[in-house]
Design a protein. Sequence first.
Length: 383
Amino acid sequence: MDDQTRPASVQTIAAQAFAAQERITNAVIPPIHMSATFLRDADNGYAKGYVYGRTDNLSVQQAERLMTSLEGADEALLFGSGMAAATAIFLALDKPVHIVASQVMYWGFRSWLRQISRYGHSVTFVETSDLDAVRAAVRPGETGLFWIETPSNPLWTITDVAAVAEIAHACDAVLCVDSTVATPIFTRPLALGADIVMHSATKYLNGHSDVIAGALCVARQDHLWERIRRTRGQLGSALGGFEAWLLMRGMRTLDVRVRRQAQTAASLAARLSGHPALSAVLYPGLEQHAGHAVALRQMTGGFGGMLSIRVENGELAAIAVAASVQLWKRATSFGGIESLIEHRASIEGEGSPCPGDLLRLSVGLENADDLYLDLKRALDVAA
Ligand SMILES: Cc1ncc(COP(=O)(O)O)c(C=O)c1O
């Protein structure tokens, strides 16, 4: 490929993602489109294609175009939350199917899937890092959808996307990947054979903990995708214009943010390993992590900004560590600029499969030594 034909890289597309210049002022940054409705033309039509705000919003479309580029997708759709995006797929299926899903995944979505039978579907949860278990879960003629999350909350289990795509496609099923933690910077699931990628855009894509949003990105626009689009319009679950504008602002710096966060996470994982107060450090970038070999193959340029630690003395000691750090903020969610620490079992509640001694760490953009020393101080006390 010569210099003339080389397409712009995603970093360049993201950095310059201001779509169209605003023609009245020549503003470099586009305005926020908030109109709920649009004027009809003299001939009673809508030649510009914008009719009503529930389905048509230019700020949303501009952010969707950037999302499409980031994932190398055919098209992307933005939703009012990650949950709205994920559930739209299942609400759009036109007949009852059997679903094979990761056992370890975001608890809120797992809870929703557990009651999927009310929509006529059935689900089998398996350890999707174990490909034999995935194959064994298939019900020929019934399995229509695979749902995997990789790296998955909160153990950062790695599932081999290409291998599961092969299993899914052998039974004519669709593979959906929750790639929220990996981000398009470290994994491109569509290039590995997935059909739909889902993101809680609330996390790294926006990156500033000030927007709730979700995204779906599709490899090829097909019948299911058209139904998803229609479902979003009918349910009114699209993202709003202001949130889309903020999300686009966030996505433009995604590359630099997540690379730095992954770098800091890797250094913390290495430095915390072997601390006497800890029984385990879970991070896919560590050689001892069960998914490391697949992660090395599947993740390019980093292993993400999320890690978990397990506190030797159990649940109360873990909660005490979370309560005694100063820089790490004690809150749920992840992927923002500020580092967060969370005792996951407390938020997941009764019946949670999350170990009680586990603390989830979302690494932000603070200085790596500051973060390490703050945590080490709390762990030294626990030890
Ligand atoms: C991996 C993952 N997927 C999906 C979701 C749901 O996204 P949202 O909170 O934007 O609805 C979350 C939320 O924490 C998540 O962590």
